[in-house]
Design a protein around this ligand. Structure first.
Ligand SMILES: [Zn+2]
Length: 209
């Protein structure tokens, strides 16, 4: 089973995606995890991705990200993808690689994002934002890929959170339309209590029986 998670910063993807992955016996894959594993496997493209991009805290271009995701998925039976796809080109490439069974979109209001994200740190490789609702287990380290987090100095800054939230909304709108058209989009109210959100996810994917 291949499941894709989409959520804005503070949307709860960091909690829900790994939990679902455990339940369905799939791997929880962020792009950061994929980059690291291909790098550690001495894959030539994985090494290039590290040396030129994520190792320097830079965003990896699609021309490298897409083939690395494809190689990683070819090794697996099931995956819960977190942070990929993040644009239409990646979504189309993913559809050529595998059958995407479900896309879970956790939507929250800007107010929820502001309440949940008190302090901020982010993993550039995974595109995961950390805050009060989604704390790093080890200080300064990404829960997903264990890479070093970029801390924001001037944080708790409502303006920055608002900006990230709006960027997500703008970018993800197209992805949501794409998957809505495909008929595999499940929109979940992420403002609720995490337990309630998880129940809704299971119900949407018909895993609650
Ligand atoms: Zn990471």
């Amino acid at each position: 089973m291949i499941v894709v998670f989409l959520s804005p910063p503070g949307g709860g993807k960091g909690t829900q995606a790994p939990r679902l992955a455990r339940q369905i016996g799939a791997e929880h894959l962020s792009t950061g995890v994929i980059f690291r594993s291909m790098y550690e496997a001495n894959d030539p493209l994985g090494i290039k991705a590290h040396d030129e991009y994520w190792g320097k805290g830079q965003l990896c271009p699609d021309g490298i990200t897409i083939p690395l995701v494809e190689k990683k998925l070819a090794e697996l039976e099931g995956a819960v993808l977190d942070g990929f796809p993040r644009n239409i080109a990646q979504a189309e490439a993913l559809d050529r690689m595998v059958k995407v069974d479900a896309v879970v979109s956790l939507s929250i209001t800007e107010q929820t994002a502001l309440e949940r994200l008190g302090y901020r740190a982010e993993c550039k490789a995974c595109n995961i934002t950390y805050g009060l609702a989604n704390k790093p287990l080890n200080k300064g380290e990404c829960n997903s890929c264990h890479g070093q987090l970029n801390m924001r100095n001037d944080d708790a800054d409502a303006a920055i959170i608002r900006q990230r939230f709006e960027q997500y909304e703008t970018k993800t709108k197209l992805l949501l339309e794409y998957y809505r058209k495909n008929g595999n989009l499940h929109e979940i109210d992420g403002n609720q209590d995490p337990e309630r959100v998880y129940v809704d996810i299971l119900r949407a994917l018909r895993l609650d029986a």
